[in-house]
Write a protein that binds this ligand. Structure first.
Ligand code: COA
Length: 424
């Protein structure tokens, strides 16, 4: 088996989460990803949220597997020369600096394109062109400005952010898709291009169903929202809908056995119209299957509280796993609320290599999330993240073809941080 992106070389100028999540995906598809990091410091997440003293954090190691690291001061004259050479030999440059950083460094798009007209330059920014284009942005800012926060939470509570990295990793995935499209187009056009994935836009794309509902609101109340059945009028913006399903099949999170002491003893239950008679059978209400007040989705909408109350009376008599097993026999869509602890112990996820345990020379072994996308002809083993500058020599000599004397001169210039380290 081969590697899907064999032969693609990526200059990874990313940091924190959004950019690194993109380049890690490219690495898992087989690209050679060269991470350029500031000497002595590296990606700031190496030292953020540290759990093991002096070891690269899980924040860093779980976002930067399968990459090589070169320490290079790209504000240093010699460092800039090396960066130019790297641009010449790479197919893609990925960056998620604050707006203007690359320009200040002396590498605006025009210069990069002049150095290598075939290179794809891919950027994450907080916002696209407009009033906020110069702003710095982190995950939760994107969740708030992309529509996720205003539509997440309880109707009578404050807006909520989700723990899922939809602003960072969500944008990283969008960017990776743009890069692959640009690489494909290059096979016809022979040219590179700019790829931009603004975080606000990526979150909005993921909130498409809420934008759908905003427009539906002009034509009447959103009948599948619980508040409709509760007789609570809608305002002029899509409300927070707690755990209501975002689709046409009503669903809720319901208590299961043990909920009093286990914060994750819950199950998501969907009253899919196709299997309504099965739902009635399982919960012991066979009379509801043909009753005019319950038999059709439209008839059920004003009665969702009563219906889900009756279903919960049943789910509370089973553990979430028992309920899952029974409901699946009846083809009823449902899902236990799984904690991170339960997921970390899930053997099936290790068997599919979505979870992988790797060895790290400083922090010991750790579990990382492997490639969630499976290609039948892409065989890339998940590897640990590199130490800062671990591959500096190898990249200078093997990728750029520099002689030993040239490598020594670059290091002596201070561009790779060796002098700084020696001084410390
Ligand atoms: N050598 C020398 N300098 C380097 C370097 C290297 N190898 N790599 C980075 N730097 C410098 C840059 O030149 C820049 O310096 P400058 O401000 O003097 O021009 C600085 O390090 C990094 O700048 P910046 O991107 O502004 O970092 P920050 O920590 O202040 O801001 C973010 C972090 C995430 C808020 C910001 O990068 C951002 O908004 N990015 C776009 C949106 C994004 O991706 N957000 C999500 C992150 S998960």
């Amino acid at each position: 088996m081969g590697k899907a992106l064999d032969g693609v070389r990526v200059l990874d100028f990313t940091h924190v989460q959004s950019g690194p999540s993109c380049t890690q995906l490219l690495a898992w598809f087989g690209a050679d990803v060269i991470k350029v990091e500031r000497p002595g410091i590296g990606d700031i997440t190496r030292s953020q949220l540290r759990d093991v003293p002096n070891a690269d954090s899980l924040y860093f190691t779980m976002m930067n597997g399968n990459k090589r690291s070169i320490a290079l001061d790209t504000k240093h004259a010699e460092g800039k020369r090396v960066l130019e050479d790297l641009i010449r030999v790479c197919d893609v440059l990925v960056e998620n600096f604050a707006p203007g950083v690359l320009d200040r460094m002396g590498f605006p798009w025009e210069r990069i394109e002049a150095l290598n007209p075939k290179i794809v330059v891919a950027s994450v920014k907080g916002f696209g062109p407009g009033p906020f284009e110069d702003c710095k942005v982190y995950e939760n800012v994107a969740q708030c400005t992309g529509g996720a926060a205003s539509t997440t939470g309880f109707r009578d509570g404050i807006p909520l952010v989700t723990g899922a990295g939809i602003g960072d990793s969500g944008t990283g995935i969008h960017l990776a898709m743009g890069i692959l499209a640009a690489l494909f187009q290059r096979t016809h056009s022979g040219r590179g291009q700019k790829v931009l994935a603004p975080m606000q836009d990526a979150v909005l794309n993921l909130c498409r169903v809420k934008m759908r509902d905003q427009q539906r609101l002009a034509h009447g109340p959103l009948t599948e929202y619980s508040q409709y059945g509760e007789g609570i009028p809608f305002g002029d913006a899509v409300p927070r809908a707690a755990n209501d399903s975002g689709g046409g099949q009503p669903g809720r999170i319901l208590k299961s056995k043990g909920w009093e002491s286990d914060p994750n003893a819950y199950i998501y239950f969907i009253t899919q119209a196709q299997v309504w008679p099965n739902v009635c059978t399982v919960i012991g209400r066979p009379e509801w299957a043909g009753h005019p007040d319950y038999a059709t989705p439209a008839a059920r909408l004003p009665r969702l509280n009563e219906i889900f109350g009756a279903i919960e009376d049943w789910t509370m008599t089973r553990t979430k796993f028992e309920a899952m097993e029974i409901l699946n026999r009846y083809d009823i869509p449902c899902g236990p609320i799984l904690s991170m602890k339960e997921l970390l112990d899930d053997e099936a996820l290790y068997a599919s290599r979505t979870l992988v345990r790797v060895e790290h020379p400083v922090r010991g072994s750790y579990v990382t999330v492997g490639n969630p996308v499976k290609l039948s002809d892409n065989d890339v083993a998940v590897e640990r993240a590199p130490l800062l500058g671990e591959h500096t020599d190898e990249i200078l000599s093997q990728v750029l073809g520099f002689s030993a004397a040239r490598v020594a001169a670059i290091k002596a210039s201070g561009a790779t941080g060796e002098q700084q380290l020696a001084a410390e």
